[in-house]
Design a protein around this ligand. Sequence first.
Ligand SMILES: Nc1nc2c(c(=O)[nH]1)N[C@H]1C(S)=C(S)[C@@H](COP(=O)(O)OP(=O)(O)OC[C@H]3O[C@@H](n4cnc5c(=O)[nH]c(N)nc54)[C@H](O)[C@@H]3O)O[C@H]1N2
Ligand SMILES: Nc1nc2c(c(=O)[nH]1)N[C@H]1C(S)=C(S)[C@@H](COP(=O)(O)OP(=O)(O)OC[C@H]3O[C@@H](n4cnc5c(=O)[nH]c(N)nc54)[C@H](O)[C@@H]3O)O[C@H]1N2
Ligand SMILES: [Mo]
Length: 759
Amino acid sequence: MSKQSIKFYNKPAGGWGALRSVFKHLREQGSMSHGVSTLLHVNQPDGFDCPGCAWPDKNHHSTFEFCENGVKAVAAEATERRVSRALFESHTVSQLAAHDDYWLENQGRLTEPMCYDSASQRYVPIDWHGAFALIAQHLNALAHPDQALFYTSGRTSNEAAFLYQLFIREFGTNNLPDCSNMCHEPSGTAMREQIGIGKGTVTLEDFDHAEAIFIFGQNPGTNHPRMLGTLRDAAKRGCRIMVFNPLRERGLERFADPQSPIDMLSSQGSQIASSYYQLKIGGDLAVAKGIAKVVLEAGDVDEAFIAGHTDGFAEFQADVLSEEWATIVEESGLSEAQIREAAGIYIQSAATICTWGMGITQHKHSVATIQAIVNLLLLKGNIGKPGAGACPVRGHSNVQGDRTMGIFERPAQAFLDRLGIAFNFTPPQKHGYDVVGAIEAMLAGDAKVFIGMGGNFAVATPDADRTKVALQQCDLTVNITTKLNRSHLVHGKAALILPCLGRTEIDIQDKGPQGVTVEDSMSMVHISAGMNPPASDRLLSEPAIVAHMALATLKHSKTPWLWLVEDYDRIRDKIAQVVEGFENFNQRVHVPGGFYLGNSARERDWRTATGKARFMAHAVPTDLPIKSMRAQYGSQPVFNLMTVRSHDQYNTTVYGMDDRYRGVFGHRRVCFINKVDLARLGFSAGQWVDMTSVWHDGKREAKRFLLVEYDIPEGCLASYFPETNGLVPLSSMADRARTPASKSIPVILTLNTAETTVA
Ligand SMILES: Nc1nc2c(c(=O)[nH]1)N[C@H]1C(S)=C(S)[C@@H](COP(=O)(O)OP(=O)(O)OC[C@H]3O[C@@H](n4cnc5c(=O)[nH]c(N)nc54)[C@H](O)[C@@H]3O)O[C@H]1N2
Ligand SMILES: Nc1nc2c(c(=O)[nH]1)N[C@H]1C(S)=C(S)[C@@H](COP(=O)(O)OP(=O)(O)OC[C@H]3O[C@@H](n4cnc5c(=O)[nH]c(N)nc54)[C@H](O)[C@@H]3O)O[C@H]1N2
Ligand SMILES: [Mo]
């Protein structure tokens, strides 16, 4: 563990620090040479897709297309460490649960299927056959298929995801909650309604032609490091980069590309942001509206585009023009002058891209905020022209592909119809549970079997204490995973851990080694084939696990499950039959670099209810929960807490205890706070606090966080996910999209004066 300290980080993002960190992580996970040769295959035409993030690859031309945090993700999977049988023998589940998540992760790769044994309260080995039989027995004992839940995390390949949703629908339910429900669900909801497709409209090449890039609520220095190279190149050719973020994120200010000798020799790196606006948490809708107001007043709109391609303009214009500056300034936390300045850049730019991340999606009013951003793009015809468009930057490396393959609790009828025809069955019509719905259903006893394809449901979800109870009430919980995590220890009456191959590993089936496919944030589909020997000879691939579950469970299926997994080309032929845009899938995907799926909005083909792109008017929300909680708690300060990622984590996986760019070393339980707020509370940096979230249904508490004075707007706090997930009330979520509002949690701080056990 690193030494604990808090210090100002004055260097650019990337740089020597990133290189040092790369080698540290490789060394810690075991073999250096093994790791380096694995890395040489990341994001190459004949290699595997980096499991890190969904940022696209530069046409697969570079020889070393990886980044520091990609290295951590790859090193974590390709580690030499193994979870041994002895570990499970020597620990009861509660003894394992006494360890933290970092320790669990560091036990290494899982090597064989395990089953919970209630007599010894331990996980004991089970053979694959026995595991599939147990699943079938539980699923078939349910009163109705809707009593089972099938979660998916976004690393799952297209082939595995397609088979999985087919199995689930043949079983008879649409209960397919996924990590998207907690992530970019609002982007899909907002854009499908407005421009007829729920995906980003740009390609990587557009970044070479944009004159301005507006970045809302995203921290690419940590979460999409390869995006910094794209932004650096854009900035260098004079593209304006406008950042909207409550925190000053170092990666958005300056970047030294470890692959650029010039960057590495300069102490400052390259400048990224040309302007940085530290708005209040949740203030983005007000900002977008303020910018629209200036644009409309200047009359600088694309009239031909608006007349030919959109509807709802008159109503939108009237709504924006009647919005008071006082409201915009109050709710955004920016001055009128700042918003006018940003609008000036937007007006001057002939081609603008807007990107956004979790800082936009994880709020009550996220769908409206995204629509306000898309309104801005529509005003100047910035969709469907080179260098312009909407760019929701996805998280997991195949989260977008999983949705394309039908991992969705509310599938389109046309998709179900094609699926039914291709596999000769009648898919269930009733919509299923999303993540929040799934937790509620378990709590109510309406769902009794939980199966997770990847991910860490117990930890990633809101309201940790209630989610724990929900999972523990299940008759059976099953996790298909690579590494040990908390979700294995928060289990149902019966429980299975099913270990699978990872991206970096060779997947050999009957017809030889197989590749899988993935889709990135910009709708590029390409093949991914691992090159490492499997972590154990008892692992199965995800598609094989699904096929065997289906075979064991479904009595009347006409699908040739085992034949399909003998050769994944056969799965792809079926995908080509069912999923739009995948015609001749096998031919197209074997071309190096893969293919572009296309995007209707980019072609200005608006598949909306009215056949046009739609301006959607939204009031600046003045009734957010934080306000009612402030009113309710009177003189006691209620803060707005956002839960973000540190530099050393991948969602619920903690790789290390440092957050280098924010100057935090050796700590994760920190609370970033403005110095004015510190003074107002009479607290000082370095003291410990408890955080209590306040909500209509009661309080939730998280103990012992170190106060860190930080450049963050007054009234706002930041802390790390997942330590703070217990503070997110289950019922606090995005309107319509139901994404947990984990970036706006009303909290109260109290000093914790207990003696510190950690130094
Ligand atoms: N290394 C690494 N890479 C990852 C991940 C990881 O954990 N580690 N996770 C992956 C996944 S699944 C995802 S979804 C993405 C997440 O990538 P990001 O979207 O960058 O996620 P967060 O770390 O949650 O950061 C959100 C940013 O939004 C800002 N923010 C918070 N609230 C607001 C607000 O109201 N308005 C504005 N304008 N800004 C706000 C925060 O200050 C922070 O900079 O990254 C993916 N890539
Ligand atoms: N408070 C708060 N909560 C949040 C967020 C937030 O910003 N704040 N962010 C939300 C977001 S954006 C997301 S996407 C979710 C993430 O939620 P999840 O996707 O459920 O969580 P991860 O931590 O990404 O899952 C990690 C686990 O996946 C397994 N795994 C890794 N690789 C593979 C593989 O190749 N195959 C299989 N089968 N398993 C694998 C490993 O066992 C690992 O422990 O969390 C959400 N929760
Ligand atoms: Mo995500």
